[in-house]
Design a protein around this ligand. Structure first.
Ligand SMILES: [Fe+2]
Length: 319
């Protein structure tokens, strides 16, 4: 991975990270929901919790709970080839392994299954697109051993990048980086091959913790082939306007509980609800929203299968 930062750049990055950390902690304490479309009064929605409790009780009374847990453990490997006319030739065949929403302390077997699926893939880079844990606050040390196991099984020659999700806290960043996950907080990492470069810009979560720094990070990414890592697809329009070519997200769990046919009951998106799972396109930008590895709220899935995703980039010759 290219690292051509000067001491001044490094000092600037440290200062920006400190400013971000203070602001993020304040937002976590306030419990407000900051989205690209404005601030919402609360992120804990009492009616949703009541409905969730009733749904959980219904599953247990009807015997469907066990089936839902089995569904949640039925995680697949999704392989995609995505072709771009402007991909530098040196990156033809470059492979990105995306792991999203591991929520490692809720139904821990999902992380073990993902580890098994990932261990022989030999990607060029691995990206973890947020939601490492279950709760929205509190301690996180208990998730580190399982995450260490997951990471140790992945041999990606350009390492592992990560971003924070709406379940992740500012205080987790240092511990995640100590595990070898380079967390991108509204910043860009550049990868160089044979003199050509592609850029990965990762933002802080934009579902609860949006700030203009996320928008600026996408705007400030160097020119060339740009990949955005954003926990939710809610920044798709902004990223496309700023020349992003590939946008990787998670957050929705593909609905986690869907109607037959796969339409989510709830997306947990404030915009771009049509991008709740799978491959999509926004203008000339290609996006992929992973259904994720883990679960949240309830340890079940219906009509929505979890996944890890292996994306092979291809250079498409112009006609
Ligand atoms: Fe999640």
């Amino acid at each position: 991975m290219k690292n051509d930062t000067t001491p001044q750049d490094a000092a600037g990055a440290t200062d920006r990270r400190a400013v971000w950390h203070r602001q993020r902690i304040r937002m976590e304490r306030l419990g407000e929901k900051h989205t690209p479309n404005g601030r919402q009064a609360t992120r804990h929605w009492d009616l949703f919790k009541v409905l969730l409790g009733a749904f959980d009780l219904g599953l247990k009374l009807t015997g469907l709970h066990e089936r839902g847990v089995r569904n949640a453990l039925n995680i697949k490997l999704t392989c995609l080839e995505l072709a771009f006319t402007d991909l530098p030739a040196a990156f033809d065949g470059f492979r990105i392994l995306q792991i999203s929403d591991p929520h490692v302390d809720f139904l821990p077997a999902t992380t073990e299954i993902a580890r098994g699926l990932a261990k022989d893939l030999d990607p060029d880079i691995c990206v973890i697109t947020g939601d490492f844990k279950r709760g929205f606050s509190g301690p996180f040390d208990h998730i580190l051993p399982a995450l260490r196991d997951l990471i140790s099984g992945i041999s990606a020659r350009h390492g592992v990048l990560g971003i924070l999700g709406n379940h992740d806290t500012a205080d987790m960043v240092e511990a995640l980086e100590d595990l070898g996950i380079r967390i991108l907080v509204n910043e860009t990492r550049t990868i160089e091959r044979d003199g050509a470069r592609i850029h990965f810009t990762g933002t802080d979560d934009v579902h609860y913790f949006y700030t203009d720094a996320a928008r600026h990070a996408l705007a400030e990414a160097p020119g060339g082939f740009k990949v955005a890592l954003v926990h939710s697809p809610e920044l798709a329009g902004v990223a496309a306007d700023r020349g992003t070519r590939l946008y990787l997200a998670g957050h929705t769990h593909g609905g986690q509980v869907c109607f037959p046919g796969g339409r989510p009951v709830i997306t947990h998106l404030t915009c771009h609800r049509g991008y709740a799972s799978g491959l999509w396109r926004h203008g000339t930008m290609v996006g992929y929203t992973s259904t994720g590895v883990g679960v949240s709220a309830l340890p079940v899935r219906f009509n929505s299968r979890g996944e890890i995703v292996l994306i092979t980039l291809r250079r498409q010759e112009q006609a």
